[in-house]
Design a protein around this ligand. Sequence first.
Ligand SMILES: Nc1ncnc2c1ncn2[C@@H]1O[C@H](COP(=O)(O)OP(=O)(O)OP(=O)(O)O)[C@@H](O)[C@H]1O
Ligand SMILES: [Mg+2]
Length: 396
Amino acid sequence: MAQVILESVGKIYPGNVRAVEGVNVNIANGEFIVLVGPSGCGKSTTLRMVAGLEEITEGTIKIGERVVNNVVPKDRDIAMVFQNYALYPHMTVYKNMAFALKLRRFPKAEIDKRVQEAARILDITHLLERKPKALSGGQRQRVAVGRAIVREPSCFLFDEPLSNLDAKLRVTTRAELKRLHQRLKTTTIYVTHDQEEAMTLGDRIVVMKDGFIQQQDTPLKTYNHPVNRFVASFIGMPPMNMFDGTLKREGDRLIFEEGQLVNAQKVKQRADEPEVYTGEVRTAGSGFKLPMRRELEQRLAGYVGKHVVLGIRPEHFHLRPVAADSVGIPVKVNVVEPLGNDMDLYIDTPLHPHKIVRIEAEPELGSGSQLTLHVDPMRVHLFEPGVTGKNISLPQ
Ligand SMILES: Nc1ncnc2c1ncn2[C@@H]1O[C@H](COP(=O)(O)OP(=O)(O)OP(=O)(O)O)[C@@H](O)[C@H]1O
Ligand SMILES: [Mg+2]
């Protein structure tokens, strides 16, 4: 087992394509780190540089105490599992798993011991004599993991290993991978574009966008204290609702007043990134108002009169007041989606259509209802406008 350290790592592909820049990550021995972000943000490139499959343009990568920049993949003591499992079709499961050890001239008895042990852990002992084409997707995936385990590497690298599985199998296999890690405690770097997978698997998650790290924290810290608007929108499903508006002083309180964007323009982003519009904000007095918590007043003083963006997660709206100073927002319900225990409401606030709210199921509510929803001022966020607008409401 080993720690893995990335220092100022960058990658420029031929043709001057900048894929990754200034990546600093310290992965502790035994830690499970997830790189997450939208398509093209540089996750696979980063992982492949650790694996040695891609040359490192800038910076240093260390595995254990050793700088590996110029070490060939097979000498890096890592094992990688890809999205397409790339099993050898003509070999049995046993031989697939034994292959790398055989190449390294391990004694037969040792190979057998490791293969049997890995098969037992992964519950594929009964499949050892089958060939890959006689396996289900989930079973193939376990064989691919088995092939990595038998090598007892100091680090596992996974690149979207579950994305070929159907939704249900993804969830169960995800839990298996987590159990496996708790058992083997091998340092792991795991790449996914699925924020839920990142949240459930990672000891820490590293959120990337356009080749840069936006935030690296525990899943809960990332969810509760996103450093910017991008992280706030990317982590959490349904995504955080964003409201353009202005910060104003009213009496002795700073309040957010909902406003409307004029000359609104959609910021060009990749298809799987949250939509962002820019423009100038106008308040006409018809928007909702929300007082900011007092401990933020000093910090926010410089933003009075300026365009800011209020963020409220769907699950932080409630039908009844939730705090002494909880605030009501008048909304119109367009669509109701029952989820069993909970329900999603697609709502319009006075100035923002198409927002989404998740509350406990309430049979009375139907589309067309007008109601007042309550939010706890402690749980809202305030951002600077822009795609990666800074979170100006973080505790300091
Ligand atoms: N061999 C290559 N040559 C040139 N550009 C590349 C090459 N491989 C990747 N890129 C570019 O580098 C950027 C990062 O790609 P990368 O594959 O690391 O993204 P990713 O985060 O893994 O995305 P996905 O979720 O789609 O797998 C992209 O803009 C991609 O087009
Ligand atoms: Mg990728």
